[in-house]
Design a protein around this ligand. Structure first.
Ligand code: NAP
Length: 461
C-alpha cells in the first residue's frame, strides 16, 4: 500500500510541475491548470486512503463545506477583487500549516510524551513562524485592500527596531525549544511573536506595493506548507510547498523589477511617504478635452493605433467593446495593437486575461519592451483606464514616488487620447503630467459607455 501511495504522490508531483510549465504560455495555461488540478485530486485521494484517526464522514463533510464556500466566492469575486481573494487564500494556507504544526507538537509532547527528532522540531518552529506570520500578514493585506483599514502605509517611530527585537526574541525562544521540547510556555511565545510580526511587517506597506506583498505572502504560504511536509513526512506536501514558495518568489521579483523597486525597499514600507505631494505631483495641469464624435473621426483618419489598457478597463469591463473598436479599425485597414505593461491592473497578467476573455488574439498583445520603440511612429494611442503605467514622471521627475518605474512611452505617439472618468489619480496616488501634454486629449467618462458610443459613431460613418 505504502509503495502505491508514494507512487501516487510522485505522479501528483509530476502533474504539478507539468501543469505549471504549461501555464507559462497563455495558450496552454487552461490545460496546465486542469493538469495540476488532477494532480491535486490524486494527492487528496492518496492521503485519504491513509487516514485512520478520523472518520471518512467527518472528512467528507469538511470537504463539502470547504468546497461550497470556495466555489461560491470564486464565482462571485470580480476580477478587480482578485488580489483580496488571493490574500485571504494565502492567509488560510498559512493558518493550515500553522495549525498542523501545533497539533503535531502537542500530540507528540502532551499525549505521547515522546521527545521529538531535531529535524521535526525545527520544521515545527519554521512552520509556526512562517505559517503564523503569513496568516496575520495576509489578514492585514486583505483588510487594507478591501478598505476596512487604511491602504496607506501605517508607520511609527522605532518600527524596524521593534521588528528586529521580536525576531531575535523568536530565535532565542526557538533555540530553547530545541533544547527543551516539553515547555509549553516556549511554544506560546513562538506563536505570539509569529502572529504579531505578521501584523507589524505588513502595516507599513501600502499603495502600489500591496500586490508585491501578496505575492510574497503567497510564497511564504508555500514555504510553510513545505515545512509542514517535513513534520508529517509527506513528500507531496514538500514538493507542492516548494513549488508555491519558489514561484511566489519569482513572481515577487518580476513585479519588483517592473516597478523598479528592490524587495528590501518594498518590505521596509512607507511607499510614497518620503516626498511631499506638491513636489511629487509637479506643476498643476491644464488639459484639453475631446468628445465622442471627434474621437470617432480621429480613428477614421489614422493608419496605426495602439490601445493601452489599465485598471480602469477592468473596472468598467470595457474589454468586449474594445474588441468591437478593434474590428471597426481593422475594417478600415488600420494597424491595431495592444501595449501591455507588466503591472497594468492589479495583478500580473490582469490585462491579458481580460482581453483573452473578449476573444482578442494573443499576438495582438505586445509586451512593454517590444512595443516601446513603436510609439513615436504611431498615429494614435488610446489609453483606457491606465494611469501610472503611462506617467512620464517615472522618467522625468526624480521627486515622484514612481520615478524609475519602467513605463509605456505612450506620450511619444503623434496623438494620445486618454479615456477615464475624471482627473482622478492612479494607484500610486500621483498626478499624471501626460494629461497636460500638447498631443494629449482627455475623453472623460466610464470606459465601457464612452467607447461604446465611439464604436457606434464609427459604425455610422
Ligand atoms: P492605475 O494607475 O491604478 O489607474 C487606473 C485609472 O483608471 C484611474 O486613474 C481611474 O481614473 C481610471 N478608472 C477607474 N475606473 C474607470 C472606469 N470605470 N472607466 C474609465 N477609467 C476608469 O492603473 P494602471 O495604469 O493599470 O496601473 C496599475 C497600478 O497598480 C500601478 O501603480 C502598479 O504599480 C500597481 N501594481 C500593479 C500590480 C500588478 O501586478 N498589476 C502589482 C503591483 C502594483 P478615474 O478615477 O478618473 O476614472
Amino acid at each position: 500500500m505504502s509503495v502505491a501511495i508514494e507512487l501516487a504522490y510522485l505522479i501528483a508531483s509530476i502533474l504539478f510541475v507539468l501543469g505549471m510549465k504549461m501555464m507559462n504560455k497563455t495558450k496552454s495555461a487552461r490545460k496546465g491548470n486542469r493538469l495540476s488540478a488532477l494532480g491535486m485530486f490524486i494527492a487528496i485521494v492518496a492521503t485519504l486512503l491513509q487516514i485512520d484517526a478520523i472518520s471518512m464522514v467527518e472528512i467528507l463533510a469538511c470537504i463539502v463545506v470547504g468546497s461550497a464556500i470556495g466555489l461560491y466566492y470564486a464565482n462571485k469575486v470580480e476580477m478587480t477583487k482578485m488580489p483580496e481573494m488571493v490574500a485571504i487564500f494565502n492567509g488560510f494556507g498559512g493558518l493550515a500549516s500553522f495549525s498542523v504544526a501545533l497539533s503535531d507538537y502537542f500530540l507528540r509532547t502532551e499525549v505521547n510524551m515522546e521527545s521529538i527528532e531535531l529535524v521535526t522540531v525545527i520544521s515545527i518552529i519554521v512552520s509556526v513562524f512562517i505559517g503564523g506570520l503569513t496568516f496575520t500578514g495576509s489578514l492585514v493585506a486583505y483588510l487594507k485592500l478591501n478598505g476596512n483599514i487604511s491602504g496607506s502605509p501605517i508607520t511609527f517611530k522605532g518600527q524596524h527596531p521593534i521588528n528586529l527585537i521580536l525576531f531575535l526574541g523568536f530565535l532565542t525562544a526557538a533555540f530553547f525549544t530545541v533544547l527543551d521540547q516539553t515547555d509549553p510556555m516556549l511554544i506560546i511565545i513562538l506563536i505570539v511573536i509569529a502572529l504579531v510580526l505578521g501584523i507589524l511587517t505588513v502595516i507599513p506597506i501600502g499603495g502600489a506595493d500591496m500586490p508585491v506583498v501578496i505575492s510574497l505572502l503567497n510564497s511564504y504560504s508555500g514555504m510553510a506548507a513545505c515545512a509542514t511536509g517535513f513534520i508529517l513526512n509527506n513528500n507531496v506536501l514538500i514538493v507542492a510547498g516548494s513549488l508555491v514558495g519558489a514561484s511566489g518568489i519569482i513572481l515577487t521579483q518580476i513585479m519588483c523589477k517592473a516597478m523598479n523597486r528592490s524587495l528590501v525597499n518594498v518590505l521596509l514600507g512607507g511607499f510614497g511617504q518620503t516626498v511631499n505631494e506638491a513636489q511629487a505631483d509637479g506643476p498643476s495641469i491644464t488639459v484639453k478635452e475631446i468628445g465622442v464624435e471627434e474621437t470617432a473621426m480621429l480613428f477614421d483618419g489614422v493608419s496605426s493605433v495602439i490601445v493601452v489598457p489599465g485598471y480602469g478597463m477592468a473596472v468598467a469591463q470595457a474589454q468586449h467593446v474594445i474588441r468591437e473598436l478593434m474590428e471597426q479599425c481593422e475594417k478600415r485597414k488600420i494597424d491595431f495593437k495592444f501595449a501591455i505593461h507588466p503591472v497594468a491592473g492589479r495583478m500580473p497578467g490582469h490585462m491579458n486575461v481580460l482581453l483573452a476573455e473578449a476573444n482578442i488574439s494573443y499576438d495582438k498583445l505586445i509586451e512593454m519592451e517590444s512595443i516601446n520603440d513603436e510609439f513615436p511612429n504611431t498615429d494614435l494611442v488610446l489609453i483606457v483606464g491606465a494611469n501610472d503605467v503611462v506617467n512620464p514622471a517615472a522618467r522625468n521627475n526624480p521627486q515622484s514616488p514612481i520615478y524609475g518605474m519602467p513605463i509605456l512611452n505612450a506620450d511619444k505617439a503623434r496623438t494620445v487620447i486618454v479615456c477615464k472618468r475624471s482627473m482622478g489619480k492612479g494607484y500610486a496616488g500621483v498626478e499624471n503630467e501626460l494629461f497636460g501634454y500638447p498631443n494629449c486629449l482627455m475623453l472623460f467618462g466610464d470606459a465601457k459607455q464612452t467607447i461604446t458610443k465611439v464604436v457606434s459613431e464609427m459604425k455610422e460613418m
